[in-house]
Write a protein that binds this ligand. Sequence first.
Ligand SMILES: C[S@@+](CC[C@H](N)C(=O)[O-])C[C@H]1O[C@@H](n2cnc3c(N)ncnc32)[C@H](O)[C@@H]1O
Length: 248
Amino acid sequence: MADSIRTFSNAAAPQQDRLQQLTGHLRHSPLPDAELLHNLGLYLTRQTLSRLLFLDELYRQIVPVHGVIMEFGVRWGQNMALFHALRGIYEPYNYNRRLIGFDTFEGFPHVAEQDGGRAQVGDYNVTEGYQQQLEQLLALHEAESPIAHKRKFELVKGDATVTVKEYLAQHPETVVAFAYFDFDLYAPTKACLEAILPRMPKGAILAFDEVNCPEFPGETQALDEVLGLRNHALRRSPLNPLISYIVL
Ligand SMILES: C[S@@+](CC[C@H](N)C(=O)[O-])C[C@H]1O[C@@H](n2cnc3c(N)ncnc32)[C@H](O)[C@@H]1O
């Protein structure tokens, strides 16, 4: 099942081969269980490490901003786990900084003409029952954190063009400090941006994984239609060629 999941990669063939070798080393690691998690740096590529460092750079900017973190497009959930760890580092007692992730956990539910013809329904699927596995994993991390008795994360399953409005109607208190957009697609990016913008105070951050990305043109169009590309500084970091962000 995992082998049939369709995703896109920009890696050239020799690089893909080296990544496959690294994966083999991780899957067949001789390290004892008691030491494996402490040595994950052995398998980190520069690209993965710089992405983690960039998320750290973004997280530090929202520490003084009140509100929750939303991720739009969770997939395997690495960002949710990282945001959890970053909260534990920078604001361990801020139990109000809830993490809410939106995904179908079944890949793209629909694709629009604005998405350029490459993406297909079902791309970026996950394996059967993965949402429950991710919930267990995040709960384990939470059990290791301060104020562990308070649930501080939520995974919202379904088409986010629908679920984001339902979520906000059920949680009218919601203020959004940080929204990370990684749907790759036009329609859900536009719908979720429109839904959450009225809940975002000055200083809050909107981050985008695929703005100015030729493979996924719809995200740029959604941003332009909702906020106007000329109305905000679109910032980046030397740590990553793709992620951009706006400080409102
Ligand atoms: C590129 S993946 C996200 C990757 C993830 N943020 C990461 O860093 O590994 C895109 C995700 O968006 C989700 N997605 C796309 N359109 C959606 C929609 N309308 N509603 C909910 N999820 C959607 C897909 O299911 C997929 O998991």
